[in-house]
Design a protein around this ligand. Structure first.
Ligand code: NAG
Ligand code: NAG
Length: 310
């Protein structure tokens, strides 16, 4: 009689210890996670994705992992120094699409123009970095908020349609919105992109509490290993995943293919990421009216120990 009770208790325990992961479910960058869970993950029990991001790690200890751009990672780390960046899923040199008919031939021509983007996100940092690289201050242009469109037809409050309707002259955000904006303008579209000025570093995060818990850590390593196997396929056999990714985020396959090369499924990072984060954090500290995070603290934020364990 003891065995069934024990095994029932054991399965409850397994349920309670499954990996809980917060991530925005709408964007291309997140898709290696469901792919890894479906095809490769071999942890002690199920891994579940729920809508959210790195903010959930700070506010709800039932979350074990979260995926988000480096921008949200920095914003959370500023107040929660137990968060760790443990893996880079995807790096994306975002793009600005502008309307040549509004007299825009170079980035500097965006002076005085209306530029769509989303404040307090990686897209806002991107637009700021691109324009400051040609000497434009935030007072030199107007930012306009709007929504992302992933699939045509795009609603009137989304950037591609706002660009087409001439409510904005340009916009910069993650894909597939920029591609749809370029398609909406046709020959009048001009694209600006510069990886050395800005790329999104879409990362996986955990907390020191979770990483120090041996059974949790084992599952985290298993999940990252599954992600690593997934990135191999995303990099080397993209034809086999276009349909999966397109369905996961509800985009059209030809549009996905057009932006695939802008997504670098890197998996790890180089030492220069620290400089990149120091610079971005200095800007975020201004916009969020807080102290910048000391460089030595940002160094602690970058934790290579899980990658080393794979
Ligand atoms: C990208 O930006 C860097 C740094 O500002 C600059 O040196 C380089 O020429 C730019 N590349 C392109 C393709 O515009
Ligand atoms: C991750 O995957 C790549 C194949 O893309 C492989 O070469 C590498 O060894 C893997 N890394 C680890 C740490 O397993």
């Amino acid at each position: 009689m003891r065995l069934p009770i024990l095994s029932a208790a054991f399965s409850l325990l397994r349920l309670a210890t499954g990996l809980k992961i917060a991530t925005a479910l709408n964007w291309i960058e997140h898709t290696p996670q469901p792919y890894a869970i479906k095809n490769f993950y071999k942890g002690s029990s199920a891994a579940t994705l729920s809508s959210g991001g790195v903010a959930n790690l700070a506010s709800d200890s039932s979350f074990d992992l979260a995926a988000n751009a480096e921008t949200q990672g920095l914003k959370q780390y500023a107040g929660h120094r137990n968060i760790r960046l443990i893996y880079v899923i995807c790096e994306v040199p975002y793009r600005i699409v502008a309307n040549k008919a509004a007299g825009i031939k170079t980035l500097s021509d965006l002076k005085g123009k209306r530029i769509g983007t989303m404040a307090s996100t990686s897209a806002g940092v991107f637009v700021h970095n691109m324009l400051s690289s040609v000497g434009l201050k935030e007072s030199d242009y107007t930012t306009v908020s709007g929504q992302v469109c992933m699939k045509a037809p795009c609603a009137s409050n989304t950037f591609p349609q706002m660009l087409k309707n001439k409510q904005i002259d340009a916009f910069g955000i993650w894909e597939t919105a920029v591609e749809l904006g370029a398609q909406a303008l046709g020959d009048n579209a001009i694209i600006f992109q510069n990886e050395s000025i800005y790329r999104e570093v879409y990362s996986l995060y955990s907390t020191t509490d979770k990483l120090n818990n041996p059974s949790k850590r084992k599952d985290i390593v298993a999940f990252v290993r599954a992600l690593n196997q997934t990135l191999d396929i995303f990099n080397n056999k993209p034809d086999s995943v276009y349909q999966f990714v397109a369905s996961a985020v509800n985009v059209d396959v030809p549009v996905l293919k057009a932006v695939w090369e802008d997504h670098k499924w890197t998996g790890t990072w180089k030492p220069e990421l620290l400089d990149f984060l120091v610079e971005e954090d200095a800007y975020l500290a201004q916009t969020d009216r807080r102290q910048a995070i000391p460089r030595a603290e940002l160094q602690k934020f970058l934790d290579t120990s899980i990658i080393e364990e794979l």
